[in-house]
Design a protein around this ligand. Structure first.
Ligand code: MLT
Length: 408
């Protein structure tokens, strides 16, 4: 038999959201009449907006006519969408259409991008963290085994807890790659422009590359919170940015996102020479990826029209209102809460050092609400719990009612 990739053996048993789905399934089998409210995985519940549906319908009809039918598209995405993204999202930030690589979502891009780096690259992640950052590096053999403290020996952890206001400190050692996600998943917290500038400065001084996950930028409501890392001077030489239509336009099922890779971001090749990551990513994508479907890219383009923007904003407002309700419910219970203002996620500190999987089970069994245990996002997530604002509004109101009555 062929030997398999040994590094998969270092992964935790199940991907977090697969484990949650397993527990929920077990519960529903035992309780067929359940009234479960799912506020666990950050999946959207509102339908695609009319502007997107109209673009999809038109693009589908084009496929029925030989004159407008589309076969393989460019691996980097169609020029119409790359140009639209550059002008709609990055005007004045020095980002051009050639820097935009359209894909089937930010999860794949951010999971794949580490492939461009050597096996011994030193990686820093915030803790708690979106599990894809850690797990994709585990699969690549970059992390070593999981220690008894729940940390991979080869990863640098940057704790984000109530003690530091959920703001990570700069690494004490030099690292090659830093994963940052702002607005943050799972804590729902943000970095100000000045705080993000510290990271860009660190990356420039240490020749590091920042993987900036901006999947939730559409939820920012506060002033002075950057929507893109390229709002920070110098970031174009050290940062790659990932964005998604999943949460901003309801594409979790449709699938579309993009990576922004400016030509100045580089690493060093085996001959000691500078290698632009944009060229490497282009090589990687043209080899392993055949492009996001044409009809989906037309749908994404419609998000940036005046109508599309307005309609998507109305949906984002629904999710932010849900998040505010959840936030207020927890505050009303006397608990400490982060997030839910510039992000769809509400991050609550559990009372009395309660462990997060026990709280998950209690909330599931006694209130029929599905959330996400903080420990699933990393060791510093223990003692915290996440609920999402992506629920259906009526169900969120019902969940809030149940939360208010919940005996901790
Ligand atoms: C989450 O719940 O953290 C997200 O939905 C996961 C994702 O975007 O893949």
């Amino acid at each position: 038999m062929a030997t398999v990739n040994p590094f998969y053996a270092n992964l935790p048993g199940n991907y977090l959201f697969a484990e949650i789905a397993r527990r929920v399934k077990e519960y529903t089998v035992g309780h067929p009449d359940n009234k479960l409210i799912r506020l666990g995985i950050g999946d959207v519940t509102q339908p695609l907006v009319p502007a997107v549906i109209a673009a999809l319908e038109k693009a589908v009809r084009e496929q029925a006519d030989a004159a407008t039918f589309m076969g393989y598209g460019p691996e980097q995405g169609y020029a119409f969408l790359r140009e639209t993204v550059a002008s709609a999202c990055y005007a004045g930030l020095g980002i051009g259409a050639d820097d935009i690589f359209i894909s089937d979502g930010a999860k794949c891009d951010i999971g794949n991008f580490q492939e461009l780096f050597a096996a011994d690259a030193r990686v820093a992640i915030t803790d708690p963290v979106y599990p894809v950052y850690a797990d994709s590096n585990v699969m690549a053999g970059r992390t070593g085994a999981l220690g008894d403290d729940g940390r991979f020996r080869g990863l640098v952890y940057l704790p984000c807890t109530a003690a530091n206001g959920f703001v990570p400190e700069l690494p004490k050692e030099r690292v090659d790659i830093i994963y940052l996600c702002y607005p943050n998943n799972p804590t729902g917290t943000v970095l100000t422009k000045a705080q993000l500038a510290e990271w860009v400065k660190y990356a420039r001084e240490n020749d590091s590359v920042i993987f900036f996950d901006a999947a939730y930028e559409a939820f920012i409501t506060s002033a002075d919170v950057p929507h893109s890392i390229y709002e920070i001077d110098g970031a174009r030489d050290v940062a790659v940015e990932f964005r998604s239509y999943s949460k901003s336009a309801g594409f979790t099922g449709l699938r579309c996102g993009y990576a922004v890779v400016p030509p100045g971001v580089a690493g060093v090749g085996p001959d000691g020479k500078r290698v632009a990551l944009r060229d490497m990513w282009n090589r990687r994508q043209t080899t392993k990826y055949n492009g996001c479907p044409y009809i989906v890219q037309r749908a994404a383009e419609a998000v940036h029209t005046a109508e599309g923007r307005k309609q998507c904003q109305a949906v984002i407002d629904i999710y932010l209102k849900n998040a505010a309700l959840i936030r207020e419910a927890f505050l009303g219970l006397g608990l400490t809460v982060a997030g839910g203002v510039d992000a769809p996620y509400v991050w609550v500190t559990l009372p009395g050092g309660m462990d997060s999987w026990s709280f998950f089970d209690a909330l599931l069994n006694r209130a029929e609400i599905v959330g996400t245990p903080g420990a699933g996002f990393g060791p510093s997530g223990e003692g915290y719990f996440r609920l999402t604002g992506f629920g259906n509004p009526a169900q969120t109101v019902e969940a809030v009612d149940r939360l208010k009555k919940f005996q901790m």
